[in-house]
Design a protein. Structure first.
Lengths: 274, 256
């Protein structure tokens, strides 16, 4: 809808300040769209693809040629630019796709699952590429993905969409922190006697939840692990409990995803029940 | 004019891609010659077929130009299906490219291809001793007729391609339309020897309008008024079928 490929039934949407219904062509000039399935012309060369795309956006002459040369350089397929795209590798084709979305210097770039179908090496290279482009071309990039690791690495802000609705949005850190908090694990020097006391002591820390004992390990959840550890250690020290080690672990984005989409399922289930 | 500019560059793209296919170029050149020689030999013994033409090959040549253009146009929609399958169309749709140019460029491309083929057929005919009685204007009429007939059917072909969006269905549809229209025209035999009902139906067949105009230019070299009427009819038909293709393109856009 934001790429103007489909028209909304109702409501209003702005992309880079342009109304997609009333001024679709202004919006189209402001955006670059890289579809999930490559839209390159496989029978044409890389350069011809870029030249045509540039001409559609009204670029011409020396400015167009310069821009195409720069882009071919930027995405690293300058040597292959005179070859027909049919002979390109998957990664090269993908990068050409992205270059096609960049020809007219858009302010917003839509990347629809840019790494689907790429091997791990090509995927890592693509991540580097995306980060570099965002910086060099001063772009806002809207990237959709099924790989949470990718969202974690690349995003400044992210939104989780379930069944067509944004269920939560924020930075990756915010979302992870907003979940159940971080897990703090305290390993005790010896488990005899003092272990039960230790659980009580740790649980006294404000904000600690779900505190439990697992052998010599006391687990608890706190909103912010780095801030909590000195205070928890202080409390334990006051109670004369000797500590062997402390670790914190944050929930992964996978946990966040399951939390929000899982809740959706549950809500739906009850909703459907007669 | 963005439409003209975008259409032009899209025609350039399609033409360049086609020129990269050696087999396609070979067929483009050889196919008309095979028809010309094959049919020319097959029917040359039956004088009743050729009417006022001095040889059957002279009678046949304008027909082959039209038949070639007509077949080329009928199959033109295949390249739209390829572009749809490869997401080239949806890529163009996310750009400010004139939507009309995406369809029109395909129709124009079919017309230009047919024009090149018409020229080749005329040159082969020249080598076989066929004289175009209409002179330079006659040559021009044959080229224009080739382009127009191809564009009329390219419009229908793209409309069908955009509705069915599948190659197999497209092939069936093209055959279904193609052969009957060819035999309901005077491509191979003169209209007067056709059965009465076929003569009446042929009057509404755009293929036949093209054959008549091209044959007037080559065989009689006169009747410019008649030629003009047929050219106008073909122009109108081109406008109608292109509008049909554009309309199906809109419905395709709504379906994504």
């Amino acid at each position: 809808m934001l790429t103007t490929l489909t028209t909304p039934d109702s409501g209003q949407a702005l992309v880079a300040g342009h109304d997609v219904v009333r001024h679709p062509n202004r919006a189209r000039h402001a955006i670059g769209y890289v579809p999930q399935d490559s839209g390159v012309d496989r029978e044409a060369t890389g350069r011809e693809n870029l030249m045509l795309q540039g001409r559609i956006y009204g670029l011409r002459g020396a400015a167009l040629r310069q821009r195409v040369d720069d882009l071919l350089q930027l995405i690293g397929i300058a040597e292959a630019s005179e070859r027909v795209v049919r002979g390109y590798s998957g990664g090269m084709k993908r990068r050409l796709d992205i270059a096609l979305g960049l020809v007219h210097r858009p302010s917003v770039l839509f990347l629809d699952e840019p790494t689907t179908g790429l091997d791990p090496e090509a995927r890592a290279a693509m991540w580097v590429e995306v980060q570099r482009l965002a910086a060099q071309e001063s772009l806002t990039i809207l990237l959709t993905t099924h790989y949470l690791e990718e969202a974690n690495q690349l995003s400044d802000r992210l939104a989780i969409v379930s069944r067509g609705q944004v269920v939560v949005e924020g930075t990756a850190d915010e979302l992870k922190r907003g979940l159940q908090g971080e897990l703090v694990t305290v390993e005790l020097q010896d488990s005899n006697g003092s272990a039960a006391d230790a659980v009580a002591v740790v649980d006294r820390f404000p904000g600690a939840r779900e505190t439990s004992l697992d052998g010599r390990h006391v687990n608890t959840r706190v909103p912010n692990g780095a801030q909590a550890i000195p205070a928890i250690l202080g409390l334990l020290d006051d109670a004369n409990v000797t500590v062997a080690s402390v670790t914190t672990s944050r929930p992964s984005l996978d946990d966040v995803y399951l939390h929000y989409t899982g809740r959706e399922f549950a809500a739906d289930d009850t909703g459907d029940a007669p | 004019m963005t439409i003209a500019r975008d259409t032009w560059w899209m025609v350039v793209r399609q033409a360049r891609n086609l020129m990269r296919e050696p087999i396609w170029i070979a067929l483009l050149l050889i196919q008309p010659m095979i028809w010309l020689l094959l049919y020319g030999q097959l029917f040359s013994r039956v004088p009743a077929l050729r009417g006022s033409a001095s040889t059957y090959i002279e009678f046949l040549l304008p027909g082959i130009v039209v038949m070639n253009a007509f077949f080329g146009g009928t199959w033109a929609g295949m390249s739209m299906i390829t572009d749809l399958d490869r997401n080239v169309v949806s890529r163009f749709l996310a750009t400010p490219a004139s939507r009309l140019s995406i369809v029109l460029s395909q129709v124009v491309r079919a017309g230009l291809t047919a024009m090149v083929q018409a020229l080749i057929i005329l040159l082969v005919g020249l080598a076989l001793g066929v004289r175009v009685h209409g002179g330079a204007a006659g040559w021009l009429v044959v080229l224009v007729i080739g382009a127009l007939v191809a564009m009329v059917f390219a419009g229908i072909s793209h409309g069908i391609a955009l509705l069915v969006r599948r190659e197999a269905t497209m092939i069936a549809a093209a055959n279904f339309v193609g052969l009957p229209l060819m035999f309901l025209s005077s491509i191979l035999i003169q209209q007067r020897v056709m059965p009465g009902w076929m003569q009446s139906v042929a009057r509404f067949n755009p293929v036949n309008w093209g054959v008549h105009a091209a044959r007037d230019a080559v065989v009689t070299g006169g009747q410019w008024g008649q030629i003009g009427v047929n050219v106008l009819l073909l122009l109108a038909a081109t406008a109608v079928t292109s509008a049909f293709a554009t309309w199906t393109f809109r419905s395709y856009q709504r379906s994504i």
